[in-house]
Design a binder for this molecule. Structure first.
Ligand code: ADP
Ligand code: MG
Length: 249
């Protein structure tokens, strides 16, 4: 399994947020997690990223190796890419400097050759062009003063440059107008491959009209309470999460 989450619990002092979450994604597949606000979707992405300070039990394996003891940088070097609901802003750091530094440190950790500044710039410009991003955005400080759509394009640019094995995208569709949504979906679809897996975490079904998932999972109150094919997303959009929330309460 590319990603194998087993009975994962995550708590902050006095409160458990993930309550025994189990989920597997094989290589080559795109899965979606949908769920109401406050269900624990972003907590799951934070725990998998190794970003936040939760008390964690259970397992999260990537290619059979536990992610949980690894630093965020080690996870990235293994090929894990995360896109967050609220992307990092770095005043004073040009976006391209950030992406080149991150990409080359991942490559170094894997024992691969780094890209020269020229090779990097060529690749970055090509990716930016596909994403309808201007060169000016590449020179600006990372995400500082970027609109919601520009931030998401910047994340898609990073995803295209890093060529991750496992990409987890948290609410990548939120706040996007239809043009930005199309650009984001196209970059996700362009990266679909038998060697790669993706997990799309979303509140709405809209993104899934553009990126057909192999499986949809419903996350309510810290657990996966239902799984199904792409039709499940439409059903949730029509019926909401009430049915599951009543059962969880
Ligand atoms: P979702 O992304 O599904 O909307 P979240 O994972 O962001 O849900 O949050 C789940 C619940 O856990 C929310 O009630 C949220 O307020 C709470 N929560 C998550 N992380 C923290 C934290 N670090 N401190 C306090 N509460 C948190
Ligand atoms: Mg969230």
């Amino acid at each position: 399994m590319m990603l194998d989450i087993r009975d994962l619990h995550a708590a902050i002092p006095g409160r458990e947020i993930l309550k025994g979450l189990t989920l597997s994604i094989p290589a080559g597949q795109v899965h979606a997690i949908m769920g109401p606000n406050g269900a624990g979707k972003s907590t799951l992405s934070q725990v998998l990223a190794g970003r936040a300070d939760y008390e964690i039990t259970g397992e999260a394996l990537m290619d059979g190796e536990s992610l949980l003891p690894l630093t965020p940088e080690e996870r990235a070097s293994k090929g894990l890419f995360m896109s967050f609901q609220y992307p990092l802003e770095l005043p004073g750091v040009p976006a391209m400097t950030f992406v080149r530094t991150a990409l080359n440190s991942q490559k170094r950790a894997r024992g691969e050759a780094e890209l020269s500044p020229g090779e990097f710039l060529k690749k970055a410009r090509e990716a930016a062009k596909r994403l309808a991003m201007s060169d000016d955005m590449l020179r600006r400080a990372l995400n500082v003063g970027f609109s919601g759509g520009e931030k998401k394009r910047m994340e898609m640019l990073q995803m295209a440059m890093f060529e991750p094995r496992l990409a987890i995208l948290d609410e990548t569709d939120s706040g996007l107008d239809i043009d930005a949504l199309r650009v984001v979906s196209e970059s996700i679809n362009a990266l679909r491959s038998p060697q790669r897996a993706m997990l799309l975490i979303t509140h709405y079904e809209r993104l899934l009209e553009y990126v057909k998932p192999d499986q949809v999972h419903v996350l309510v109150d810290g657990r996966i309470v239902d799984s199904g094919g792409p039709d499940l997303a439409q059903k949730l959009e029509a019926e909401g999460y009430d049915r599951y929330q009543k059962a969880a309460a």
